[in-house]
Ligand binder design. Structure first.
Ligand code: ADP
Ligand code: MG
Ligand code: MG
Length: 878
């Protein structure tokens, strides 16, 4: 719905307007209506942002007029005047999308300053140092964000000045230093841009708003959105807000606060602040911040008011809050609140405790934890014995839990490229900034020299579930030589280190990791999710070990056992190669006889782990090339095993070569050519089930799944072989075992003819990896290389192999499900592609009425939670 109003005063907005005002804008409006001291301002809407892009990167006169009108109202509210030589109004221009994207977009502070207003400010506050400190900050931010003059340039100028003066931190520069610094900044700007720094506040304002709109589309924001499923059409809002100043001297300061500990979830205020500082100083780690307990001593009254507001905001928003505050001359202001990002451990503890405190219901608690986050809960910790033997070489702040070992890298690009080559890397930085996002994603662990628990590195790492140690000042990093020094010892790029994000300890070398222990909050929370959800969650597991793991994580059965994966082991692959290259039935039977006991043994192991839980076993499927011997060495070895000559075997291998193996002789096509393969596999499954049933008493009903079916007759052909073989074994062993035969729906033709296929198939499992590949018509082995271009050019916003394409592939699934049910009302329906563990795809499966999703063991809790959230959003249970 188009809205004709593009600008709202804080006093005109409320929390329900998040889509229009962005999270930050809506929360500023909400805090205003709660009577919390918030500097006033107005928000330019996300629709104005979309309009800006539609109008060709232009803020139209219509919107400009509205901005001016609201600025006039703000002048009335504050009693100050924008750009005036008397009591000038200074503002910040802040970005804020619907979902929080910390640090991904840009903010400008102290806007409205120029050579004239800075003098007025200095006089009116009787504080020259403060006025010029604000001005130099403004020039740097404006030049960087609006004019593309990188802030690094200005930092260098300032560092040089500090060096010349022999001082360490910015607060040691005095008024006259800052006046000179401003001059130097402006000179540099002029040299670089060929024009004076813009002094007209009106122009500053409109250009700043445009720049924030543009920052919605910067590369790091795009990467962040793709990682977090945020669509580009949401746009960002821009809030323009009266400045308050934490950099006025020693009774002023700025800080960030969490109402509970974002790392552990402990119900205790967690806050840091810096006196005589502004904006991002705390987060950027420019100086090491103070703990909030210090404020209680230094300014008890401010502290009292601060705690009152923190509690009010948490109770009001019914969640842990992440807040920004500033103290100006002893007066407290709040600048932001939002539901805080947190580690998964903290998320579970907070969700459970908020229910226990009576603040929220179980269903509300379920909606508070991001399913994707659960993934990181299951990631490894250090082996305690190895850890005890290791020596701590440095210690920093435990910023995000987990354990990591890897090779040291010093830039985000290095981390990314090493990771792509298959190395595990630890990214070591002085401090991270949003440009580092891709390197941070690639790293096992992130180690920074500067910054506190709320630094950029810490916040982002916690969000990603990556281990992080921040503020590790023991490290003397030399970015030029790509090395760091601890004491006398030098470590170079590529050296192994280990780090523990829960203790902050850094170790030399690689340390073995072990599976994590799952705590009580996880069990309670997941219990609630299980009570709520209607969609079952199974797992993709090919071995007894994976099956046991998945059962521990709550899997209700195996949705996909890929029988060829049982043969990837070095000693087994020879046997399957022997079968594949067999020239005739006799030699194939010899190979199959050797495979039978191995396969039966694996099935027995899986059935024993599962107990009464069901297992879908898929018959041999792989493109042949995955198993053929590749080099002459392998061919020689296999030939001698099989009593063939090298040349004979080489010729066979060459004759099996396919131009397009993904669409070649695979799946049920193999069983049509070589029925004896299906016979052997049927024997293995049925004999294993009879055996475990007899020994353990479990009521096992094997589910045999025929892959890559596109035509009901090919399914029927293979099914007849399965049924004949199975029935013979069952009757011979006087068993009353029941079993089912079904198929994968993974070829578009199968989806299109699902009503016919359901005549033979007792269940469908959507194999969405192949179905995606064949529906899009691009190979999943090759798509990676060109999909990059598609993301860059915004043709696609996500990888259809990770997140189900609901529009196209989803339509096939929904249609096939309906057609299948028409023929066979009780047909069992599931999905077993990678998508089974992706939250938005799980929601889709819930909505089209599938019975279960199946995903890798680590993803099982993710899917359980996503299924519960889907049920809450759109109930299926009566
Ligand atoms: P981000 O979304 O990256 O956190 P913000 O818009 O919150 O960016 O602003 C960056 C910093 O500037 C924050 O520390 C914030 O508190 C501070 N800030 C923003 N507006 C003002 C203001 N009007 N007065 C004082 N500080 C401000
Ligand atoms: Mg902020
Ligand atoms: Mg397949």
């Amino acid at each position: 719905m188009e809205n004709k109003k593009y600008v709202y005063l804080f006093s005109e907005g409320n929390l329900s307007m998040k889509n229009l005002l962005g999270g930050k804008g809506a929360n500023l409006a909400d805090m205003t209506s709660l009577g919390i001291p918030v500097p006033q301002g107005f928000t330019v809407t996300t629709q104005a942002c979309n309009k800006y892009y539609e109008d060709g990167l232009l803020i139209t006169p219509e919107v400009t007029l509205e901005i001016h009108a609201k600025m006039a109202e703000l002048e009335n509210i504050t009693g100050k005047k924008f750009g005036s030589m008397q009591n000038p109004l200074l503002v910040s221009v802040r970005s804020g999308a619907r979902a929080s994207m910390p640090g991904m977009m840009d903010t400008i502070l102290n806007l409205g300053l120029n050579d004239n207003t800075v003098e007025v400010l200095a006089k009116e506050t009787n504080n020259i140092r403060f006025a010029y400190d604000s001005y130099r900050r403004f020039i740097q931010m404006f030049a960087d964000v609006v004019m593309n003059v990188e802030k690094r340039n200005f930092e260098n100028i300032m560092d040089k000045m500090k060096e010349e003066k022999g001082v360490k931190v910015d607060t040691e520069l005095d008024a006259s230093d800052l006046i000179i610094l401003v001059k130097k900044f402006k000179e540099f700007y002029k040299e670089n841009k060929g024009e004076e720094f813009p002094s007209d506040p009106e122009r500053q304002l409109i250009e700043a708003i445009s720049a924030v709109f543009r920052s919605w589309d910067n590369p790091r924001a795009n990467v962040y959105r793709r990682l977090n499923d945020i669509p580009s059409e949401w746009g960002t809002a821009v809030s323009v807000q009266e400045m308050v100043f934490g950099n006025k001297g020693e009774t002023s300061g700025t800080g960030v606060a969490f109402s509970r500990n974002p790392s552990t979830g402990e119900k205790k205020i967690y806050a840091e602040y810096l006196m005589n500082a502004q904006g991002e100083d705390v987060v950027a780690g420019i100086r090491t911040p103070q703990d909030i307990s210090r404020l209680e001593k230094d300014m008890p009254k401010v502290y009292g008011q601060f705690m009152e507001i923190v509690n009010l905001l948490e109770t009001h928003n019914k969640d842990m809050q992440d807040m920004e505050f500033t103290i100006e001359d002893g007066k407290l202001y709040f600048l932001q609140t939002r539901n805080g990002k947190r580690t998964v451990q903290a998320a579970l503890k907070i969700a459970v405790e908020l229910v226990e405190e009576g603040m929220i219901t179980k269903r509300e608690a379920i909606m508070k934890v991001e399913p994707k986050q659960l993934d990181s809960l299951l990631h490894p910790n250090f082996d305690i014995d190895e850890l005890n033997k290791s020596i701590v070489i440095a210690k920093g702040l435990p910023a995000s839990p987990g354990a990591a070992s890897g090779k040291v890298c010093f830039t985000a690009e290095d981390a990314k490229s090493k990771h792509e080559l298959g190395d595990k890397v630890i990214l070591v930085r002085l401090e991270t900034s949003p440009e580092d996002i891709e390197g941070m994603v690639a790293a096992e662990g992130i180690l920074t020299v500067r910054g506190g628990m709320t630094s950029h590195a810490a916040v982002v790492a916690r969000g990603m579930g990556t281990c992080c140690v921040a503020g590790c000042t023991d490290l003397k990093v030399n970015e030029e030589t790509k090395s760091f020094k601890i004491g006398q010892k030098v470590y170079h790029e590529g050296d192994f280190i280990s780090m523990d994000g829960s203790s902050g300890n850094i170790y030399e070398g690689a340390i073995k990791t072990v599976e994590p222990e799952i705590n009580g909050f996880f069990e309670i929370f997941m219990g609630w999710a299980d009570e709520i959800r209607s969609l079952d969650v199974r797992t993709n597991a090919d071995t007894p070990k994976d099956t046991a793991q998945a059962v521990k994580y709550g899997a209700q059965g195996v949705g996909l056992c890929r029988t060829e994966h049982m043969f990837f082991d070095a000693d087994r692959i020879m046997l399957i190669r022997e079968m594949i290259v067999a020239k005739d039935l006799d030699s194939r039977m010899v190979a199959l006889e050797k495979l039978l006991p191995i396969q039966r043994g694996d099935f027995i192991g899986i059935y024993e782990e599962l107990g009464e839980r069901p297992a879908t076993i898929r018959f041999l499927d792989p493109p042949l090339h995955e198993f053929l011997p590749h080099d002459d060495e392998d061919i020689k070895e296999l030939a001698s095993d099989m009593g063939l000559t090298f040349d004979e075997l080489k010729a066979t291998v060459e004759s099996l070569h396919e131009v397009n193996p993904m669409m070649g002789h695979r799946g049920c096509r193999l069983a049509v050519s070589y029925p004896e393969i299906a016979q052997m596999q049927t024997r293995a499954v049925i004999e294993a089930a009879i055996d475990v049933r007899a020994r353990k008493g479990y009521n096992i009903i094997p589910e045999i799944m025929i892959p890559l079916v596109g035509e009901v007759k090919e399914l029927k052909y293979v099914k007849d072989i399965v049924v004949k073989t199975a029935d013979e074994i069952i009757s011979k062993s006087n068993s009353d075992l029941k079993y089912m035969v079904g198929t994968m729906i993974e070829v578009p033709r199968a989806a299109l003819t699902a009503d016919l296929i359901a005549k033979e198939a007792e269940f469908f499992s959507f194999g969405t990896n192949d179905l995606t590949q064949m529906t899009f018509g691009f190979s999943r082995d090759d798509a990676g290389s060109f999909l990059k271009d598609y993301y860059e050019k915004k043709v696609y916003e996500f990888d259809p192999f990770q997140k189900l394409d609901q529009v196209g592939v989803g339509k096939l699934i929904e249609m096939a499900a309906n057609l299948g049910r028409k023929t066979r009302p009780n047909i069992k329906l599931g999905i077993c592609g990678e998508h089974g563990g992706d939250p938005s795809s799980v929601e889709f499966c819930h909505n089209v009425g599938l019975d279960y999703v199946s995903c890798s063991p680590f993803r099982v809790p993710v899917a359980r939670l996503a299924a519960a959230q889907a049920e809450i959003k759109s109930p299926r249970k009566k």
